[in-house]
Design a protein around this ligand. Structure first.
Ligand SMILES: [Zn+2]
Length: 114
C-alpha cells in the first residue's frame, strides 16, 4: 500500500491552483500551435478553455497570455496578425489592436518615481 502524505487544506488549494495554471499554460501553447497551422477555430477553443479554467479555479491568467486575448471579443489574437505600436502621446505605451473586432488595448509602462 502506498502511503500518501496528508495535505492540509491550504496546501491542497495551492496545489489545485498550481495545476490549473499549468493547464492554462499548456492550452496557450496549444493555441499558438493551432494558430501556426492556421486553425483559428481550435485556437479560439483553447482560449475559451483558458478563460473557463481561470473563472472556475480562481486563477489569474498570466499577464503575458492576457496580451493575446482580446478584451472585447474574448478571442485569440493571432501572433501573425498582431499589430503592436509604441506610442508616445501623453504617456509612452504599447497599443495592441485586435484584427478581428478592432479593439485597441493600451499597455502603459510603469513610471519610475524617484
Ligand atoms: Zn477582438
Amino acid at each position: 500500500m502506498v502511503r500518501r502524505k496528508k495535505l492540509s487544506k491550504k496546501a491542497l488549494l495551492e496545489l489545485r491552483s498550481k495545476i490549473a495554471l499549468e493547464h492554462i499554460i499548456t492550452y496557450f501553447k496549444l493555441a499558438l500551435e493551432f494558430s501556426r497551422k492556421g486553425d483559428v477555430k481550435k485556437a479560439d477553443y483553447c482560449i475559451r478553455k483558458i478563460r473557463w479554467i481561470s473563472k472556475n479555479f480562481g486563477v489569474k491568467i498570466p499577464r503575458l497570455i492576457k496580451y493575446f486575448i482580446c478584451r472585447k471579443c474574448k478571442k485569440f489574437i493571432l501572433p501573425s496578425k498582431l499589430r503592436v505600436r509604441v506610442r508616445d502621446n501623453r504617456e509612452p505605451h504599447l497599443s495592441i489592436r485586435c484584427p478581428r473586432c478592432g479593439a485597441i488595448r493600451r499597455i502603459y509602462f510603469k513610471r519610475k518615481r524617484k
